[in-house]
Design a protein around this ligand. Structure first.
Ligand SMILES: [Zn+2]
Ligand SMILES: [Zn+2]
Length: 168
């Protein structure tokens, strides 16, 4: 994911990069599978290079609540600043990276990889409204209803039902 920065000026130039979850080494610990894209613009103000991009990756995940597989594209806007002045690294609030003297190319593979990992939610849900599985019978409550909640009202009924079962 390399960008030539040798002839940049204040005019914003388009950035269109493409990679894959495999190339970016994301497949072992994340649900990303397939295309990763970086779209946005780049320019140079003073000695600093500003890269404003939308990073997106396609994921094949498993819902933590209902255990069903689902596909989703995760995306987020990022601003990365590249500077040849080390002092700026401490001052700036945004993501700032150091440029070597005379550096004419930047590789953003590492930044893109990190951004994709950070934008993943802690809980992976197929939808915010996912009803999950019934803890008793395992029914997927998004597709079906079960009668387990009736037994929950009074556990004595469940015991009685069991007793009757034994008696035949
Ligand atoms: Zn779900
Ligand atoms: Zn149930």
């Amino acid at each position: 994911m390399k960008i030539y920065i040798g002839d940049l000026d204040e005019v914003v130039r388009a950035v269109e990069l493409e990679s894959t979850s495999q190339t970016l080494d994301l497949e072992e610990y994340t649900p990303y599978r397939g295309k990763v894209t970086v779209h946005g613009g780049i320019n140079k103000i003073g000695r600093e290079v500003y890269l404003r991009v939308r990073v997106s990756g396609h994921a094949l995940a498993t819902c933590d609540r209902c255990l069903e597989p689902f596909e989703r594209t995760f995306a987020e806007d990022c601003l990365w600043i590249f500077t040849p002045e080390p002092e700026l690294l401490e001052q700036e609030q945004e993501d700032v990276y150091l440029l070597a003297p005379g550096q004419t190319e930047i590789d953003v593979a590492r930044e893109v990889r990190e951004a994709l990992i950070l934008m993943l939610p802690i809980k992976m849900l197929c939808s915010e409204e996912c009803k999950g599985l019934c803890p008793h019978c395992g029914a997927n409550l998004n597709y079906e209803t079960c009668t387990c909640h009736i037994e929950e009202i009074d556990p004595r009924w469940a015991k009685l039902a069991k007793f009757r079962g034994v008696q035949g």
